[in-house]
Design a protein around this ligand. Structure first.
Ligand code: NAP
Length: 293
């Protein structure tokens, strides 16, 4: 088996399972629906939102895109969130981050009905995840976990190091790995001897946002490396996307590694679709869908 984890192929499989789940619900007259809200004209966010819409429709779900101008007031955005909360056709609500600086992103996220919070950022879902209860799990860490389980099977007892402690990736990733009975270390910008900490990892997750920060000699031979970083750099006169891990040197020692692009990225949208299906099943009193192939 190659030591490269093909996130694109894995995401395709997951999207196929989601589409089957959606088709199964159609027989009951149920159509899962995802509403995405974009405020402002950030080009990267516009691309994400467009891709989310395309893949949502491809999976057989209903999709709504609400585009609001950058100068929209917070009250107006909150009113839209309230409307979507009350709409029974909408099972998932995603407010694309970042929001313009004049808005209080936490207040907006916490206004979403937690049962429709398919990003898993609502404070209630954060608390449920932290206490090991059924919750909506943030898409990127969920995608990482599904790939780790697929590659390694039982994760219990493994040493996991998560580099990065953001609310959207690092912290929920660490919670999920703890839930799998890993021994978890969270590293960040103040961590001492980061190289040594990384070398102790059977599972190394990099979520930093610094191009190729982690070289191959920080990776324990045989370790599984999940590179969440997406960094745009100029190299040899062209723009490239690279991860937080130096792929070439790390791939020589890792037991398995995700590339950038084509690793974690494609799994994030696939998990968003999976979360929307899960939210729809729960709203209809049905069991959670089977996401593992
Ligand atoms: P973030 O909020 O900026 O957090 C970065 C984390 O890295 C912080 O905890 C920071 O530590 C830590 N850090 C920064 N410099 C460090 C250093 N020199 N040594 C050790 N730790 C360091 O970023 P994020 O939102 O979690 O995103 C991280 C990366 O993942 C970005 O490249 C982003 O584009 C990517 N991403 C990808 C996906 C995907 O779908 N693949 C989804 C989300 C994010 P402090 O807390 O101490 O400052």
């Amino acid at each position: 088996m190659s030591n490269i984890i093909d996130g694109k192929a894995f995401a395709l499989g997951l999207r196929g399972r989601v589409a089957s789940g959606v088709a199964g619900l159609a027989a009951r007259g149920i159509v899962p629906g995802l509403a995405v809200v974009l405020v402002g004209e950030d080009p990267a966010s516009e691309v994400y939102v467009r891709n989310k819409g395309i893949q949502t429709r491809e999976a057989g779900m209903a999709s709504w895109e609400h585009k609001l101008p950058a100068e929209t007031g917070q009250a107006e955005l909150l009113a839209l969130v309230e409307k979507l909360n009350a709409d029974p056709a909408v099972h998932g609500i995603l407010v694309q981050l970042p929001l313009p600086a004049h808005m209080d992103a936490e207040a907006v996220i916490n206004a979403i009905d937690p049962a429709k919070d398919v990003d898993g950022f609502h404070i209630l879902n954060v608390g449920l995840l932290g206490t090991g209860q059924k919750s909506m799990v943030p898409c990127t860490p969920l995608g990482c976990l599904l790939m780790l389980r697929d590659r390694l099977g039982d994760l219990s007892g493994l040493n996991a190091v998560v580099v990065g402690r953001s609310n959207i990736v690092g912290k929920p990733m660490a919670q999920l790995l703890l839930g799998e009975s890993c021994t978890v270390t969270i590293a960040h910008s103040r961590t001492k001897n980061l190289a040594e900490v990384c070398r102790s990892a059977d599972i190394l997750v990099a979520a930093v946002g610094r191009p190729r920060m982690i070289p191959g000699d920080w990776v324990k031979p045989g370790a599984t490396v999940i590179d969440v970083g997406i960094n745009r750099i100029e190299e040899d006169g062209r723009t490239r996307l690279v991860g937080d891990v130096d792929f070439d040197s790390a791939a020589r020692v890792a037991g398995a590694i995700t590339p950038v692009p084509g690793g974690v990225g494609p799994m994030t949208i696939a998990c968003l679709l999976a979360n929307t299906l899960t939210a729809c099943c729960r709203a209809n009193g049905l069991p959670d869908p089977e996401l593992v192939g």
